[in-house]
Design a protein around this ligand. Structure first.
Ligand code: IMP
Ligand code: MG
Length: 178
């Protein structure tokens, strides 16, 4: 059968919460007294982002922006061509930018986004990703703040989806084919 189902928990919600709080504190130390533009990548990062934002201390002057991207289909995906479905509302020129993403897989999406962001002349760019499938990497991406390294499995929950489903699950689960 080609049915997919959610199997066991890979990362339970209490471990997610604990790790997100740690990352928030780390960002707080690194950017204390500074302005930071947090750029969430829609839609996968929204659950992680909403918890992360509230874990960053008030000593960081945060503003929030979003980008939505989609890949151009299977063949161009391997070349890392992504389409900007929604661009930033504001300028990032001379600003410190933190890109928040749900998961780094091949790295093609983030390496494209970093290149695009660099053209806009920010003061600095860092990447925060909840999950990292290191084994799958095709291009180098420097993840400055990482939640968890995970094995090469397709995962859903805590914002991550399979065909638009299962984003609302509070924990990260592996998807299995029946
Ligand atoms: P990359 O360009 O290969 O690094 O792809 C990253 C994007 O693929 C992420 O932003 C996710 O949208 C998606 N993705 C990769 N692996 C998974 C997964 O296991 N579950 C859900 N989405 C995934
Ligand atoms: Mg995504």
């Amino acid at each position: 059968m080609n049915e997919y189902r959610v199997s066991g928990v890979l990362i339970p919600e209490d471990r997610l919460a604990e790790r997100v709080r740690e990352i928030g504190r780390e960002i707080g130390r690194d950017y204390a007294g500074r302005e930071l533009v947090v750029v969430g990548i829609l839609k996968g990062a929204v659950v992680f982002l909403s918890d992360l934002l509230r874990a960053i201390p008030e000593t960081v002057d945060i503003s929030l922006d979003f980008m939505a991207v989609s890949s151009y289909g299977a063949s161009t995906k391997t070349r890392g061509i992504v389409k900007i479905v929604k661009d930033l509302d504001g300028s990032v020129e001379d600003k410190d930018v933190l890109i928040v993403e749900d998961i780094v897989d091949t790295g093609l999406t983030l390496s494209y986004l970093v290149k695009l962001m660099q053209e806009r002349r920010p003061r600095s760019i860092r990447i925060c990703a909840l999950l990292d499938k290191e084994e799958r990497r095709k291009v180098r991406v420097d993840v400055d703040y990482k939640g968890f390294s995970i094995p090469d499995e397709f995962v859903v929950g805590y914002g991550l989806d399979y065909n638009g489903k299962w984003r609302h699950l509070p924990s990260v689960h592996i998807v299995e084919q029946e």
